[in-house]
Design a protein around this ligand. Structure first.
Ligand code: FAD
Length: 500
């Protein structure tokens, strides 16, 4: 069925009109998924560009950053990340993650192995089922362990300028990380980076080409009402520039408003239990940076002064830093829950001010310098790094009452109303599929439109975006949003990852 669809002429649909409220990674991915199938889709976003919500920099292909989550969530994140990398290959930063346990940590590397083995097995199965799933390199090398001796030998090598084998990623690490502070072995896992700027570029470029996706930027949804006579949803949205209001009726509405999803629920008097968490990462420039750096994660207990430290590399010596302590990434009272009377958790004004206006300069400086020092306890020379930009921050929603939940997708309320509730951006494609299945179930789209298998992702227009046009647009977004262009550049070409 999908073969008859062409990019020039999307299928004329059966008349069903879908309204997506919110153009973050969830709303934009769903809009693309539907519009690629020829479904009439309207995407309403209050900001002036797409995918401009809280940041994301890890693809989470296996959830290995989270020791506390279930094996099933890790497998789900692995599968979702593989699907995401297949549909949006130019958004992925192809470099592995190195995970080290500091001596101060209670855990042992051996505790991690059973889950890693399961993940490796699942990845191998997926590759066997379909070779196009091989986006994380050779399944046998999904994870590798390096003992102290191996690292000391790597430290004697000249810094590689190109990566020919996985161990090349560890030369700079072995030379510059204080190995005396670590437990062994150190783990390398094929969890890659993921660029929000490049996702913003891809989704915008593709949506501009898809005739049946109607994009309304600068448009804030102010009311959603069910029309009993027509069974449709009437959505009212306000133009942010001239305050004019517009109304459109939809057969099906998707609430993809991220941490503001509760505001739409409240308009419908739809009860929902959820949490919202404000967090931030920091941007540093290490001008004397030497060698190629993988993502480096030093495990630690979240929320304690020894919380996990994360170093996310970008080109030209730029790094994004997380430290899971109250002084760096987390904030006192940064996690809030909904109440019986409202589905919208209320963040205190100081967080909303940070999101909607700006951060006090002193706080930017203190927290970024704090994050640099936090990483420098393991990489001494990293103390040479300096503050490079405002933080990358935002609030994210977590459905339900388990603050550790990481793999979530969609919930439904009443008829023809869905909410995306992704915690990790890589769950966006799954959210699209779950809603598409619901549209099939309620008869608003036909199986002839969707194709034989829902899991066969059909994204011909999206996949046409070239590396160069994605880079150009992503750099434009980075600059517009006051971040260094390096954060939008492709980290490196993926050739070595996919070589047989
Ligand atoms: C510091 C930090 C680091 C993170 N790192 C990662 C990571 O490495 N990997 C990962 O996978 N995830 C990460 N996340 C989580 C990730 O950012 C979220 O999962 C993701 O952004 C959620 O996407 P969303 O589309 O659901 O919501 P959002 O991105 O919040 O999008 C919602 C959109 O709705 C719009 N909107 C809201 N209200 C209205 C309205 N009334 N009318 C019109 N539009 C409206 C908003 O403007 C926004 O564009 C991180 C989060 C934070 C805070």
């Amino acid at each position: 069925m999908n073969e008859i669809l062409t990019t020039e002429q999307p299928l004329i649909n059966s008349g069903t009109k879908i309204g997506i409220l919110g153009g973050g990674v969830a709303g934009s991915t769903i809009a693309l998924r539907f519009a690629e199938l020829g479904i009439d889709t309207t995407l309403i976003e209050k900001g002036d560009s797409l995918v401009n919500g809280p940041p994301f920099c890890h693809l989470h292909a296996g959830g290995n950053l989270y020791r506390e989550i279930s094996e099933q969530q890790c497998i789900t994140l692995l599968e979702q990340s593989i699907d995401t990398a297949k549909v949006f290959p130019h958004s992925v930063n192809y470099r592995p993650t190195v995970i080290a346990l500091p001596k101060t940590d209670q855990g042992e590397v051996a505790d991690l192995l059973p889950r890693l083995i399961k993940l490796r097995e699942r990845y191998a199965e997926l590759v066997q089922q379909d070779i196009s799933n091989k986006v994380l390199g050779d399944p046998e090398q999904y994870f590798l362990l390096f003992d102290r001796k191996a690292l000391e030998n790597l430290a004697k090598r000249a810094l590689p300028t190109q990566v020919k084998a996985n161990e090349d990623w560890l030369v700079a690490f072995a030379q510059q990380v204080d190995l005396d502070k670590l437990k062994f072995p150190v783990l390398l896992v094929q969890e890659y980076g993921w660029s929000a700027f490049r996702m913003a570029a891809i989704t915008t470029l593709a949506i501009e080409k898809l005739l049946c996706c109607h994009l309304k930027l600068n448009s804030q949804v102010v009311n959603v009402e069910h029309q009993v006579s027509t069974e449709k949803w009437r959505v009212t949205y306000k133009n942010q520039q001239d305050d004019s209001q517009q109304q459109t009726d939809f057969d099906y509405v998707i609430n993809a408003c991220g941490f503001k999803s509760g505001e739409i629920d409240d308009m419908l008097h739809a009860k929902r239990e959820r949490m919202v968490e404000f967090k931030a990462a920091y941007v540093a420039h290490w001008s004397k940076c030497q060698g190629l750096w993988p993502e480096v994660v030093f495990y630690g207990e979240r929320g304690t002064p020894n919380g996990m430290a994360q170093l996310t590399p970008y080109p030209d010596g730029y790094f994004q830093l997380h430290g899971m302590t109250q002084d760096i990434t987390l904030f006192d009272k940064g996690l809030v829950a909904s109440v019986e009377q409202s589905a919208q958790p209320k963040l205190s004004a100081r967080f909303i001010k940070k999101i909607e206006q700006q951060w006090p300069e002193q706080v930017v400086n203190d927290r970024t310098v704090g994050s640099i020092e936090y990483l420098a306890q393991y990489i001494t020379n990293f103390s040479q790094a300096s503050v490079a930009a405002k933080p990358m921050f935002g609030a994210q929603q977590i459905p339900g009452d388990d603050a550790t939940l990481r793999a979530a997708d969609v919930s439904f309320h009443g008829k023809h109303y869905a909410r995306t509730e992704i915690v990790k951006a890589s769950s966006a494609l799954t959210a699209a599929d779950v809603i598409l299945q619901n549209l099939l179930d309620v008869g608003l789209v036909s199986s002839a439109q969707v194709g034989e298998h829902l899991s066969d992702h059909y994204f011909p227009v999206t996949l046409q975006c070239s590396e160069a046009e994605v880079t150009n647009k992503a750099i434009k977004y980075a600059r517009q949003r006051d971040y260094p262009a390096a954060l939008a550049k492709n980290f490196m070409l993926a050739d070595f990852m996919f070589s047989e």
